[in-house]
Design a binder for this molecule. Structure first.
Ligand code: NAP
Length: 253
């Protein structure tokens, strides 16, 4: 897909990977529908995309809410008159052990709320955004591209029962949708980043972060631009579908 003039939705566009990806798409002439919960971050993202020469509009929406997501895609099509792609990027972490024990006694269990919140945003949010994007693309009779953000943690990661389950689900949905939607000219692909230098990772304990970097074959975190670059590649390469692209500096967890 040639990105110039295309209308792309990016969720979680207020900061981190979503913002960098939006800017990379803006630099290639795409028009951006920027989605987030934080209005201040959104206003800044719109300004930065416009400075990069793109048309951009902000949409405050919770990707975990069916009514928000349905309204979002209706508004995007009405505002731009088109929809060519979406980057389902919004995500959160609520890390914790399944069960924590001391001297044979259970002192903490993963709370159902910590489980459910991550599943709602990271799994259901991707499902809702992809469903609405695909429906609008089919109604508009246009080809499109859906990119989902999975994670290296989809293989299973210590302290991330909820997050790993959601990200494994995102990878599986990507393959499923690629098979179902190819007949409509819609490609679906995912990116599984390793550890990227964004606000999500900056909140980690500095010692744990240093140890983690030491274990990455390339000995550093990814720069958000390196993930954004992969999203651009997935949009532009018309023969990629149903695949999860690993961008992790060679790390295996
Ligand atoms: P981030 O810096 O925390 O940014 C996430 C963005 O998503 C924030 O702007 C946040 O808004 C927004 N968001 C959260 N919940 C939302 C909701 N329910 N509806 C709409 N927007 C919502 O995270 P990031 O590091 O850029 O991560 C982006 C994606 O990459 C996530 O899916 C993450 O799991 C994945 N990923 C990240 C890494 C990494 O190392 N950073 C590695 C692998 C995968 P608020 O600020 O208002 O909450």
């Amino acid at each position: 897909m040639e990105l110039k003039g295309k209308v792309i939705v990016v969720t979680g566009a207020g900061q981190g990977l979503g913002l960098n990806t939006s800017l990379a798409l803006a630099a290639r002439g795409a028009s951006l529908a920027l989605v987030d919960l934080d209005e201040e971050h959104l206003a800044n993202a719109v300004k930065l995309c416009e400075e990069a020469g793109a048309q951009a509009r902000s949409y405050k929406a919770d990707v975990a809410s069916e009514s928000d997501v349905e309204r979002l895609f209706t508004e995007v099509v009405s505002d731009f008159g088109a929809l060519d792609g979406t980057v389902n990027n919004a995500g959160i972490t609520r890390d914790g052990l399944l069960v924590k024990a001391k001297d044979g006694k259970i002192i903490k269990k993963m709370d159902i709320k910590e489980w459910q919140t991550v599943i709602d945003v990271n799994l259901t949010g991707v499902f809702l955004c992809a469903r609405e994007a695909a429906a609008r693309m089919i109604e508009l009779g246009r080809p499109g591209v859906i990119i989902n953000i999975s994670s290296i943690s989809r293989a299973g990661n210590f302290g991330q029962t909820n997050y790993a389950a959601a990200k494994a689900g995102v990878a599986a949905m990507t393959v499923t949708w690629a098979k179902e939607l190819a007949r409509y000219g819609i490609r679906v692909a995912a990116i599984a980043p390793g550890f990227v230098n964004t606000p999500m990772v900056a909140s980690m304990n500095p010692h744990a972060l240093e140890k983690l970097e030491g274990g990455i074959p390339l000995k550093r975190l990814a720069h958000p631009d390196e993930i954004a670059h992969t999203a651009v590649f997935l949009f532009e390469n018309d023969y990629v579908t149903g695949r999860v692209m690993e961008v992790d500096g060679g790390l295996r967890i």
